[in-house]
Ligand binder design. Structure first.
Ligand SMILES: Cc1ncc(C[n+]2csc(CCOP(=O)(O)OP(=O)(O)O)c2C)c(N)n1
Length: 629
């Protein structure tokens, strides 16, 4: 069997193929995805679901002149394979390799970068309006999953589309899944359309005819199907009410039908929605059986789908187990996730307290206000939202939770560098953006047991609180049976010293200890402090060490701008202490994807790099230290 995929250097090559060849290409792409992602890890399920859709889009439209905007863009691997990146596909998500999402700097075919959900319709509308203003003729196609429609921004865009442009194509890629099963009224609404037997049979017939006539009558048929569908579902089809013409549901794996439909949609002079039904994980049995797992995962066996047995418990798992325990003993504790039961591990909590578990969809802003509402009635909501996704809900944290001093707990998973996912997913800003908000306390545990203590502290605290913890596993410390409440704003001194004070926040504490050891070998007495709180900062501790030490070093897995080190400097300034501060953290730049360890080395988040940064101050201190000891 000749390998068609190898001959595809750009979308122009796709257009040369016959339907039979395209069908073969679809199979080759599936095989390539399954085998390739088995080695690199990545979003295999979503990509297997959009093979035909992406092929048909590239067959009919013309990127980069036309623009494709993918929501989240985790399903853009097929697009990457068809736009000159097949030879590099083995590098996806690998250091220095292709990014796992659309990236404007990676290819002229990637018209819009993303990683967070709900952005495709707004971005595509912006492009369409810009095109209209400058008299362009190109097509703009937004592809968004069914779960993207649980997100408010998608609806803000829908509300705006018909008023702003006559030409925009929205593809609703409906596989009924978010990462978990899609939730809420929108999911049910799509389900009703899809399972309506009359519509299905009508569209089945349309598909047959398209195949038979090679699409010659498709325009006529689509109109007929659309009219019939309208009559069947009732007067107010959701999208029609928003002023978009609705087409579908159609089989998102039927290549000829998709091609003819896109050709037809291209000619429309009104914004349109194409509702395509697809199957997440199509063509790979393990992914069909375990939809959730195969949404996105690390390396797996390409034959069986087996993954390495999980070893040590992750921070997410410790979080979920602790929350279950807290909820066992306190009936006011509730758990809220914005479509991330798997990632946050709240799916471990769900069976224990199903009535106190809430998946609100990909709706972080709503999740936070919903939590605020529950808190006004005496409940203790634990809002489990990744650090990067809580960025979405900043105003809700400020205006709804903190301004009213409501006791909502933000559990920010992936606080710190996320690694393979890259800049869209690194959780590097939460200290800066939360530290400025009155009433909120911000905690960072050094290990799993301290995470449990912090959650307990947050449960007892009468105002808002936030806890950030890193992706993956921690040091592997056993969690006590009964957590203890920590004194708010109190740091823990883990190593005494008088010359240098090293503050190691959370995951950076081991580096702080290593640095102290290196300093000791050079003749300096170095204290090591586990700050625990980024806010309120332990003023007494800062005053004590800032007063007696000749140098303060801070280490954090966070951007330097406005981070923990900045908080220490502000405090020293308020205390009128003139001690120099060496801050170690991420620079003022978006950090690429890669392995955490090597990126830390590259950007100087190691004890060695800290020592080099401290060197000029240490030299100046030397005489004084020699005299002292
Ligand atoms: C703001 C935000 N919250 C959460 C996520 C995590 N996330 C990534 S993909 C996804 C589900 C997407 O489902 P859908 O849009 O239906 O696409 P599918 O994967 O099913 O093709 C979620 C919740 C995100 N990317 N952005």
């Amino acid at each position: 069997m000749s390998n068609i995929l190898e001959t595809i250097n750009s979308p122009a090559d796709v257009k040369k193929l016959s339907i039979a060849e395209l069908t073969q290409l679809a199979e080759e792409i599936r095989a390539r995805l399954i085998v390739g992602v088995a080695k690199t890890g990545g979003h295999i399920g979503p990509n297997l679901g959009v093979v035909e859709l992406t092929l048909a889009m590239h067959y009919v439209f013309d990127t980069p002149a036309d623009s494709f905007v993918f929501d989240v863009s985790h399903q853009a691997y097929v697009h990457k394979l068809l736009t000159g990146r097949e030879k590099l596909f083995h590098t996806i998500r690998q250091p220095g390799g292709l990014n796992g999402f659309m990236l404007r700097t990676e290819s002229e075919h990637d018209s819009y970068g993303a990683g967070h959900a709900g952005t495709a319709l707004s971005a595509a509308l912006g492009m369409a309006v810009a095109r209209d203003m400058s008299g362009g003729k190109e097509h703009i196609v937004a592809l968004a999953g069914d779960a993207a429609f649980t997100n408010g921004i998608s609806f803000e865009a829908l509300n705006n589309i018909a008023a702003q442009t006559k030409r925009l194509i929205v593809v609703l890629n409906d596989n009924a899944w978010s990462i978990d099963k899609n939730v809420g009224a929108i999911a049910e609404y799509f389900h009703k359309i899809v399972t309506n037997p009359t519509i299905s049979s009508l569209h089945g017939k349309a598909a047959e005819l398209v195949e038979r006539f090679g699409g010659k009558t498709v325009a006529h048929l689509a109109r007929k199907a659309e009219e019939a569908a309208k009559g069947l579902i009732g007067p107010g089809m959701l999208f029609e009410e928003f002023g978009l013409n609705y087409f579908g549901p159609i089989d998102g794996h039927n290549l000829p039908l998709l091609i003819e439909t896109f050709k037809f949609l291209k000619l429309q002079n009104r914004p349109v929605v194409l509702h395509a039904i697809t199957q997440k994980g199509r063509g790979f049995q393990p992914a069909l059986e375990k939809q959730k797992k195969f949404h996105g995962l690390g390396p797996y066996d390409a034959e069986t789908g087996e993954t390495k047995a999980a070893g040590q418990k992750t921070y997410s798992e410790i979080f979920a187990e602790t929350l279950t325990k807290l909820a066992d003993g306190n009936e006011k504790v509730v758990a809220i996730t914005a479509a991330m039961p798997n990632g946050t591990a709240l799916d471990l909590f769900r069976p224990h307290h199903p009535k106190r578990y809430f998946d609100v969809g990909i709706a972080e802003e709503h999740a936070v206000i919903f939590a605020a509402g529950m808190a006004t009635k005496g409940y203790k909501p634990f809002c489990a939202i990744y650090s990067t996704f809580l960025q979405r809900a900043f105003d809700q944290v400020v205006h709804d939770v903190c301004l009213q001093n409501l006791p909502v707990v933000f559990c920010m998973d992936r606080g710190g560098l996320s690694g393979d996912d890259g800049p869209t997913h690194h959780g590097l800003f939460d200290i800066s953006y939360l530290r400025s908000v009155p009433n909120l306390i911000h905690m960072v545990p050094k290990d799993e047991d301290e995470l449990a203590d912090m959650m307990y502290t947050a449960m007892l605290h009468e105002g808002p609180s936030a806890i950030r913890y890193p992706r993956g596993t921690g040091p592997g410390v056993a969690v006590k049976k009964q957590p203890v409440a920590l004194e708010i704003g109190k740091a823990e001194v883990v190593g005494k010293g008088t010359d240098v004070a090293v503050f190691g926040l959370g995951a950076m504490l081991p580096e702080a200890k290593r640095l102290a050891e290196m300093l000791r070998l050079e003749g300096f007495s170095a204290a090591v402090i586990n700050p625990r709180f980024a806010k309120p900062i332990d003023r007494e501790c800062v005053a004590e060490f800032g007063g007696k030490c000749g140098l303060v070093v801070t280490l954090e897995d966070h951007v330097l701008a406005g981070g923990f080190g900045s908080a220490v400097m502000e405090t020293l300034n308020e205390l009128e202490l003139q001690v120099p501060v060496v801050r170690v953290g991420w620079p003022d730049a978006f950090i690429e994807h890669g392995k955490v360890e090597s990126l830390r080395e590259k950007y100087g988040l190691t004890a060695e790099a800290a020592l080099e940064k401290a060197r000029p101050y240490l030299s100046r201190m030397m005489d004084h230290v020699l005299a002292k000891h």
